[in-house]
Design a protein around this ligand. Structure first.
Ligand code: ZN
Ligand code: ZN
Ligand code: ZN
Length: 429
């Protein structure tokens, strides 16, 4: 300051003494303005003041710097110092603002990375939830099965010791269904409907008078009727009565179908031929005594297993093969010893959940939930995930009272009814 003052005095002295030699430009220049007394306060405010005042402080510092700069012909040391001080204040503000509110341009990449990480984590968690849900479904099925087994054992009054003591032949998991021997009856008159055929059968058999015992009559495709009796002898008598009673009726024997077995968790690389070959060659001890003419085994279809490398193979086999294998419970297939069980011939649609047709022939537009009847798959069902009670779509449609089971539940009364019907035309022995 002292230097500047003396310098100014010197200049004026020079001006007053040597007026003629003074540069006109220099003469127009206003006197050097002293730096603001607020400068130390502004620097302190920049470093410690409230954030909302920083903009004002920054502006004041800028003005100060500008003023000092404007009056510098050749920058003097003091001006330089002031400028540095102001700029230092601005720098401090810039640093603090940077800490408080990250600049979007600089931070874009880290923010994007962070969002990516969060999304990745959400994806991982979502995969875990799906896996947990699948596991939960399997656990629930196992628990339900165990419950069933316990109930059956309790109801049957069978203790564990008694169960363990039973021989293989007594342990047949599946009770023999009633067997029906059937005829297919149609009319030579193409105009006759299946109802007309039924009227003709009723008149011809005149069961109330003849005493013949027909167990069931069922309309089938092409205006035909299936007639069933409990024994072959009874069926033969009914056939005779029909032939003599109404010559316009056509009678064909209806052979019962071979039953089904399911071989569980077979490695999928096995071809159908591998499976049937292994069944016959590796399990000869189980199939001993079955004459060659009575041995039939064909893979009909495969069902998905939980392990993607495995499948459940459904085979149609002759009655004696069905008997022996369902009693054995286990068979060898290649390098595996796997479970074998009876398989119901009942077809249940996985889309609409009703019976008698498969998914490919279903006319329903959307998948129906087996747990809540909603238009979604069970794995996406909010009610199932929340552990809420199930509602059976088929029992609901039949207006039954008890609906609190899954539509695939083996104990569903509608399923049991259809299962019984489907098994009527199957020969189990
Ligand atoms: Zn369907
Ligand atoms: Zn649902
Ligand atoms: Zn049901």
């Amino acid at each position: 300051m002292a230097f500047r003052a003396s310098n100014a005095t010197k200049s004026s002295n020079v001006a007053s003494v040597n007026v003629k030699h003074v540069d006109p430009e220099n003469r127009k220049r206003p006197p050097v303005k002293a730096p603001s007394k607020d400068l130390p306060f502004l620097a302190k405010s920049a470093a410690e003041g409230p954030l909302e005042e920083l903009a004002t402080t920054a502006n004041q510092l800028f003005q100060e710097a500008k003023t000092q700069l404007e009056q510098s012909g050749n920058i003097k040391a003091t001006i330089k110092e002031t400028l540095i001080e102001c700029l230092s204040g601005l720098y401090t503000i810039a640093l603090r603002l940077n800490d408080k509110a990250p600049c979007p341009v600089v931070q874009t990449a880290p923010v994007a990375d962070f969002a990516k990480e969060v999304l990745e984590e959400i994806r991982k968690q979502s995969d875990l939830v799906v896996a947990a849900r699948t596991d939960m479904g399997a656990v629930r099925e196992t628990v339900e099965k165990l419950n069933d087994d316990i109930n059956k054992n309790t109801l049957g009054g069978i203790s564990y010791a008694a169960m363990a003591a039973t021989t293989k032949s007594e342990k047949t998991s599946f009770s023999q269904p009633e067997r029906v021997h059937s005829l297919i009856v149609s009319s030579v008159d193409a105009h006759d409907t299946s109802d007309d055929v039924i009227v003709k059968i009723r008149t011809a058999v005149s069961a109330k008078i003849s005493g013949l015992r027909v167990d069931r009559l069922r309309k089938v495709r092409d205006q035909k009727v299936v007639l069933g009796c409990q024994t072959q002898e009874e069926l033969a008598k009914v056939a005779d009565k029909l032939r003599s009673g109404n010559p316009t009726l056509l009678i064909e024997e209806k052979a019962n179908k071979d039953p089904l077995i399911i071989i569980k968790n077979v490695l999928s690389y096995n071809t159908d031929e591998d499976i049937t070959g292994a069944l016959k060659n590796q399990n000869a001890h189980l199939l001993a005594g079955i004459p060659e003419g009575n041995y039939r085994a064909v893979v009909r279809y495969r069902r998905k297993a939980r392990n993607p490398l495995e499948c459940h193979a459904v085979l149609q086999v002759s009655p004696s093969v069905w008997q022996n294998l369902t009693q054995a419970g286990k068979v060898h297939v290649d390098l595996q010893r796997v479970q074998v069980e009876d398989q119901s011939p009942l077809i249940q649609c996985t889309r609409c959940l009703s019976y008698g047709h498969g998914r490919k022939l279903c006319t329903e537009a959307a998948d129906q939930c087996s747990h809540c009847t909603g238009p979604h798959l069970r794995r996406d069902c909010p009610h199932w995930m929340a552990g809420e009670k199930a509602t059976c779509r088929n029992c609901q449609a039949a207006k039954l009272d008890k609906l609190d089971h899954d539509a695939f539940d083996k104990e569903c009364p509608i399923r049991k009814k259809w299962d019984r019907l489907a098994r009527l035309s199957v020969a189990y022995c």
